[in-house]
Design a binder for this molecule. Structure first.
Ligand code: CMX
Length: 425
């Protein structure tokens, strides 16, 4: 792990010093205030987490280490993982080094396959994935070294070791979950020399003669990798990591959060919503028909999946990157065309409901239609793909949190009476 570890050692030393100096010079300054309403609004807008891997300004969308996400659309997931970890895009040699680190760790222990095989086949793919991640906890180098009395300044190195092992193995595990859940035949091995996304497509079992699915997968795995520190998956994983639970525990916890329909599961729900729509109107529905369908969804007290966001107040640039891909590669696909018509119709419908703060599409609104075009039609699986990507951000954030010596997360919760008392002061 020499080169990557040494780069990170320097990066983390610098980051730790910056934080120390900031807190010692300005530790008593106020950066935010909390209203009573915010306490009941899922902590929305309350500044209480430090995360340097990426930012989500509401009017711009995701910025990874200074790069607006659209600028990273042509990169490989390994480039973005390196960027998240080291703060800079890798050189060719650094990318190759990371790929070699992964190749050296990508053998999944045999018992993991047995655990996955022991689950009923109709288990949700996210449960299969997370069970596999959690059952590997016994492999944690962090946990082993901690039990041996590891010093605090080694925490990040052993967390990096766990991060590399997990991200090396996840494509194989995610691919097998697909093959097992959807009767696609036995587990497939990767081929040496493929990039992270290419290896994953190979293991899924898609022929991909023109390489377009691999291209889409690279894009997908880049776009979902990180989204600041406050979203459910990153926040939960960060909290669990802060208790010095190892990364197997922390990642599994974060991905369990991603499995919720208001978060990552929305991508599976989006395609289902579009397909219901197409079924009801027997083909590609018009903008008027879609508007009516969306109104009916809201009237039934359901959400229109893929639209709205807790932070964003513009069209998600990750959505725009997917649309760009679809316009280049499958402009005539009926499901993709419907997703575009939905984009024309739904924001206008949502704008009529003032309580909905953001009427614009998020990342999930169109990705399913592209996967569907290339034959990955099993929508229950889509959150596994999201997980594979989000694992990169969660792992990078965990290494940084350990490297910066961030303490256990422990916000204050107040009872109703305590809140009333607080109002009196
Ligand atoms: N359709 C219908 N109603 C919506 C809506 C949508 N797309 N988005 C928000 N609303 C509703 C909320 O349910 C809430 O209603 P109640 O007051 O009755 O509870 C109200 O509008 C206010 O919500 P908000 O402040 O605008 O949004 P939140 O920050 O509370 O929630 C989110 C954000 C993403 C959960 C919400 O917009 C939503 O449920 N969207 C659909 C699901 C989705 O696409 N999730 C994926 C998000 C991306 C990700 O994290 O992966």
């Amino acid at each position: 792990m020499g080169a990557l570890k040494e780069t990170l050692r320097a990066v983390l030393n610098e980051e730790r010093e910056k934080i120390k100096s900031l807190v010692s010079s300005h530790g008593d300054r106020t950066v935010d205030q909390v209203t009573l309403a915010q306490v009941f609004q899922g902590s929305r807008g309350i500044v209480s987490i430090f995360c340097d891997t990426s930012a989500v300004p509401p009017a711009k969308g995701l910025i990874v280490r200074g790069y607006p996400i659209g600028e990273l659309a042509g990169k490989l997931p390994e480039d973005v993982f390196y960027l998240l970890l080291a703060g800079k895009l890798p050189t060719d040699a650094q990318r190759k080094n990371l790929q070699d680190e992964w190749a050296a760790r990508n053998t999944v222990p045999d018992y993991v396959w047995k655990v996955v095989d022991a689950l009923p086949q109709d288990t949700h793919p996210m449960t299969m994935l997370n069970t596999a991640v959690l059952c590997m906890q016994r492999e944690s180098v962090f946990a082993k070294r901690y039990a041996e009395g590891m010093a605090k300044d080694e925490y990040w190195e052993t967390t990096l070791e766990d991060a590399l092992a997990l991200t090396a193995r996840l494509p194989a595990i995610a691919a097998y979950v697909y093959r097992r859940c959807f009767n696609k035949g036995p587990r497939l091995e990767g081929k040496p020399g493929l990039d992270w996304a290419g290896d994953y497509v190979q293991r899924l079992g898609f022929a991909d003669p023109k390489g377009e699915l691999t291209k889409l997968m690279r894009l997908y795995l880049v776009l979902h990798s990180d989204h600041g520190g406050g979203n459910v998956s990153a926040n939960v994983a960060g909290t669990v990591n802060s208790a010095l639970s190892d990364l197997y525990y922390a990642l599994s916890a974060g991905l369990n959060g991603l499995a919720g329909p208001l978060h990552g599961l929305a991508n599976q729900e989006c395609l289902a919503w579009i397909q219901d729509l197409m079924e009801q109107f027997k083909g590609t529905p018009s903008v008027e028909q879609i508007s009516k369908f969306a109104e009916e969804t809201i009237a039934a007290k359901r959400v229109v999946p893929g639209y709205g966001h807790a932070v964003l107040r513009v069209t998600d640039p990750r959505f725009s990157a997917f649309v760009e891909f679809g316009k280049q590669h499958c402009p005539g696909d009926p499901v993709f065309k419907t997703a575009l018509n939905v984009y024309e119709a739904v924001p206008k419908v949502l704008q009529k409901h003032p309580k909905i703060k953001n009427p614009w599409p998020n990342v999930d609104a169109v990705s399913g239609s592209l996967l569907h075009h290339y034959g990955l039609t099993e929508q229950n699986y889509y959150t596994v793909l999201f997980s594979l990507s989000r694992a990169l951000g969660i792992c990078a954030q965990a290494v940084h949190a350990r490297g910066c010596g961030l303490p256990i997360v422990r916000p204050t919760a107040l009872t109703y009476d305590e809140l009333q008392d607080a109002l009196k002061t």
